[in-house]
Design a protein around this ligand. Structure first.
Ligand code: SAJ
Length: 429
């Protein structure tokens, strides 16, 4: 086995997962090359800076780049280990799109050699790792592909990332990893690689089981959030504070309900369950319904907020937050962004947006006439407030600064708000 300093690793895709992964591997002393199709991303990283916001990532990247352990390029080079961390979005019909994975595999096929290990980390439908192996086998008939007869010249495995944005650098090291090989030997080769930087347990299985495990984790969370969101609607009908009910129910030793909100966002939980539904539509009514409940919650928030704004003609309204969850700058699939945009399209310049993680409004919002303001201005000028994201800066606004506001608190961050206490999603009176 090569020592850390001799190991050459290529990470394909320098996004929210690929860049932190590349940096963490580079910190072990390995020589890491990050590949991205965007020249601007490559230039930013080579100058020791980062293009995404993640706790402690800037310091880590500048350190490993300055020590020469991490560099970026648009062009692939030979390596010992290839880690594919490109996006797997879904198409208009919600079926998974693995085109970027296959493009990445095609590009690395050109430099693949005997002894190499290819690892797919992107969230993928079951069977994708086999497709990667099939593609490599076709493009490189001079090498023996794993699981296709006697012997193999290289290894192919699937190892899903499981990190939580905001805690990526911690969870990359501490979380357990599931490593699925095309063959047991492939799994063992990938295991040797992950043991270099993972402190959590590394458990091996086959590639299909590992792929389904990843989808299962995110579908589990989506179903459980859907339960909380459904409860929030029932509680609203009943005139009960849903957050109090959940807090009380969670005192039961075998009950652990998640938190309701304005819907589910991000590029994972709002997307991955559809991969399971697409694979077996007839047997996934629960997973599909959970997705629909969570998306429906966003529509419900838009309707409740619109009713509140309409009942107060001419009064400015502050939408607090655009990110898909607290304390991050990621707006992908964000229910908060959906709500704010729907309201701004309807009420135009009456809508003010507070988002400490944005320096300007996303285009769709900017063209509505809505404006970006800070929290102090919102407190001064907006009698109506819609809490869409539980950023710490919103959570810490004391009651005396908001006591007179009409509030629609979709995250339950202000339990002491007089108008929000018993009917959190109803229009404040
Ligand atoms: N949300 C709620 N109520 C809750 C928890 C979350 O409404 O009680 C909402 C959030 O506000 C957000 C969405 O759900 O809009 C997703 O947020 P999240 O914190 O649950 O998850 P992500 O998308 O940031 O990360 C998830 C994680 N998966 C699981 O916890 C099973 C992470 O470990 C994965 O690595 C990541 O997806 C991924 O990349 O797949």
């Amino acid at each position: 086995m090569k020592s850390d300093n001799e190991l050459n690793v290529v990470v394909l895709g320098l996004g929210y997962i690929g860049l932190p992964t590349a940096a963490v591997i580079a910190r072990t002393g390995a020589r890491v090359l990050g590949i991205d199709v965007h020249q601007s991303v490559v230039d930013t990283i080579n100058s020791g800076r980062v293009h995404i916001e993640e706790v402690d990532l800037d310091g880590l990247v500048s350190g490993v780049v300055s020590r020469g352990h991490l560099r970026a390029s648009t062009r692939i080079e030979p390596a010992d280990v290839f880690v594919i961390a490109v996006p797997t979005p879904f198409k208009d019909d919600r079926s998974p799109d693995i085109a970027y994975v296959l493009e990445a595999a095609t590009s690395l096929a050109a430099v693949l050699k005997a002894g190499d290990t290819v690892i797919l980390e992107s969230t993928s439908p079951v069977g994708t790792t086999e497709k990667v192996r099939d593609l490599l086998a076709r493009l490189r008939p001079d090498l023996r592909a794993p699981g296709m007869g006697d012997g193999a010249d290289y290894a192919v495995a699937y190892c899903p990332e499981r990190v939580l944005p905001g805690r990526i650098l911690v969870e990359l090291i501490d979380n357990d990893r599931v490593i699925g090989g095309i063959t047991p030997r492939c799994a063992r080769k990938a295991l040797t690689f992950y043991r270099r930087f993972v402190r959590g347990a590394c458990v091996t299985t086959n590639a299909r089981a590992a792929e389904m495990t990843k989808l299962t984790e995110n579908a589990f969370r989506d179903v459980n959030i859907a339960f909380a969101n459904e409860l929030s609607l029932v509680a609203e009908t009943m005139g009960v504070d849903v957050w109090e009910v959940i807090r009380l129910a969670n005192r039961h030793p075998r009950v652990n309900i998640l938190q309701p909100g304005p819907g589910v966002g991000g590029h994972c939980i709002a997307v991955d369950p559809w991969f399971l539904v697409a694979a077996d539509p007839a047997n996934t009514p629960l997973i599909r319904t959970a997705r629909e409940v969570n998306d429906g919650k966003t529509d419900h928030v838009v309707a409740s907020a619109a009713a509140m704004i309409e009942a107060n003609p001419g009064v400015p309204v502050a939408c607090l937050g655009l990110a898909f969850k607290a304390n991050i700058d990621d707006f992908r699939e964000s229910p908060a962004l959906r709500v704010a945009t729907a309201l701004a399209e309807r009420f135009g310049s009456r809508v003010r947006i507070v988002e400490p993680y944005a320096s300007e409004l996303p285009e769709a919002l900017a063209k509505t006439g809505a404006t970006l303001i800070d929290i102090d201005t919102a407190i001064e000028r907006c009698p109506l407030m819609i809490v869409l994201v539980d950023h710490d800066v919103f959570r810490s606004v004391p009651l005396e600064e908001r006591a007179t506001k009409q509030v629609l608190d979709t995250r339950g961050i202000w339990p002491d708000q007089p108008s929000a206490r018993s009917t959190p999603l109803r229009m404040a009176s």
